[in-house]
Design a binder for this molecule. Structure first.
Ligand code: PLP
Ligand code: TYF
Length: 396
């Protein structure tokens, strides 16, 4: 039986890390995977998380099973964060929230539920999107297609094309949308453009699935979360996957959530019962530590303030690195890449061709995706000039 297994290609992004790890050039730079690195080139341990770890260790508790849907206090904390403490949909009992294994786990559990409810639906993702969106929804059994989004000639989003594609989608189509800090392009819709998208989703009876993996990396926790509130105000039902991997620098804890905003408390109850089956038949129930850390931080006024300021620190430092890279490029005669400063989140869609990206990898040990995506959150004062030199070399 096992001889039937064919060798699968490496993940286009995680495979880059493997290649980077086996590169022995000391000047190598990993701009492949979307991970925020601090000035010393390491994944930071946030102070708020360190304090929470210490508090939890000082009050060590036995580790029982969590419920299928996760830790109740964690779910409440997430709901307050993404919907707002005073949200009427929460008070109405219309929102179901489950703890998930990172944002990816939230997407997969949501995909499994949707597949059960509407097996023949098509899923539309942006062109381009996070590669795992296509893979995950395909694996869940859906036909995955795309709507137009990024337009290279505009160095931005072609909203008219996006709206036209959504308008021509069949009722019931699932539309995957990046709530903020679009991966891979770094270009987000404006609030007015979101209004237009929501109007078409309603008009065409489409099912929105928001993916919010980078809340706080655009403009702030509140500002980035405003998109979710817009969807709530629209009255539409929708799915929302969130992640604390990046915003808490808790990558390996696998901590995120899936919420489903439904039409009524009764619907919410039925949806939760089905979600629990999706979870139970996959991994039974989620792990405790990440949920305990996030709950400790969000539930303590002081730690929460520390978190918001540490998150602002990451966000501002990325913006500073974008400016540094742009001015480094300008100093080397590349004046047409200032759009890097306008992009939001961890990534820059550089506009470099796959040949240029391959040259960066082969000649300079600088790893980004073939499509030209670079994780600017992995730049620092020691490597930014080297990266600017290398980009200038492959551009000339
Ligand atoms: N969605 C997007 C758009 C992402 O970029 C990521 C990145 O990791 C995820 C989801 C998944 O996050 P997690 O690591 O929490 O599963
Ligand atoms: O896009 C990224 O780099 C991050 C991390 O299969 C990631 O979202 C990449 C690939 C993958 C899982 C996570």
């Amino acid at each position: 039986l096992l001889d039937r297994a064919e060798l699968a290609p490496a993940d286009p992004i995680l495979g880059l890390t493997e290649a980077y790890n086996s590169d022995d050039r000391p000047q190598k730079v990993n701009l492949g995977v979307g991970v925020y690195l601090d000035e010393s080139g390491k994944v930071p341990l946030l102070d708020c998380v360190r304090t929470a770890q210490q508090r939890l260790a000082a009050d060590a508790k036995p580790i029982g099973y969590l419920g299928i849907d996760g830790m109740p206090a964690y779910r409440e904390a997430v709901r307050g964060l993404v919907f707002g403490e005073e949200s009427a949909v929460l008070a109405d009992g219309r929102v179901v929230t489950v703890q998930s294994l990172g944002g990816t786990g939230g997407l997969k559990v949501g995909a499994d539920l949707l597949r059960q409810l509407h097996p023949s639906a098509t899923v539309l993702i942006s062109n381009p999107s996070w590669e795992n969106h296509r893979a995950l929804f395909t694996r869940a059994g859906f036909r995955v297609d795309s709507y137009r989004y990024y337009e290279p000639a505009l160095k931005g989003i072609d909203v008219d094309a996006m709206l036209a594609d959504l308008r021509s989608a069949e009722a019931g189509t699932i539309v995957l949308l990046h709530a903020c800090c679009h991966n891979p392009t770094g270009y987000d819709l404006t609030p007015e453009q979101w209004d237009d998208v929501i109007a078409v989703l309603r008009e065409r009876d489409l099912m929105p699935f928001l993916d919010m993996a980078y809340q706080g990396f655009g403009f702030g926790v509140e500002e980035d979360g405003a998109v979710v509130r817009k969807f709530v105000e629209s009255g539409l039902s929708f799915f929302l996957a969130t992640s604390f991997s990046k915003s808490f620098s808790l990558y390996g804890e696998r901590i995120g959530s899936l919420s489903v905003v439904t039409g009524s408390a009764d619907e919410a109850k039925r949806v939760l019962s089905q979600l629990k089956i999706c979870i139970r038949t996959n991994y039974s129930n989620p792990p405790t530590q990440g949920a305990a850390l996030v709950t400790t931080v969000l539930g303590d006024r002081e730690l929460r303030a520390t978190w918001e300021s540490e998150l602002a620190g990451m966000r501002d430092r990325i913006k500073k690195l974008r400016r540094k890279l742009v001015s480094g490029l300008e100093g080397r005669g590349i004046g047409d890449m200032c759009f890097i400063q306008e992009q939001l989140g961890m990534f820059s869609y550089s506009g470099l061709t796959s040949e240029q990206m391959i040259r960066l990898r082969q000649e300079f040990g600088i790893y980004g995706t073939d499509a030209g995506r670079m994780c600017v959150a992995a730049l620092n004062d020691r490597n930014v000039d080297y990266v600017a030199d290398a980009i200038a070399a492959v551009r000339h």
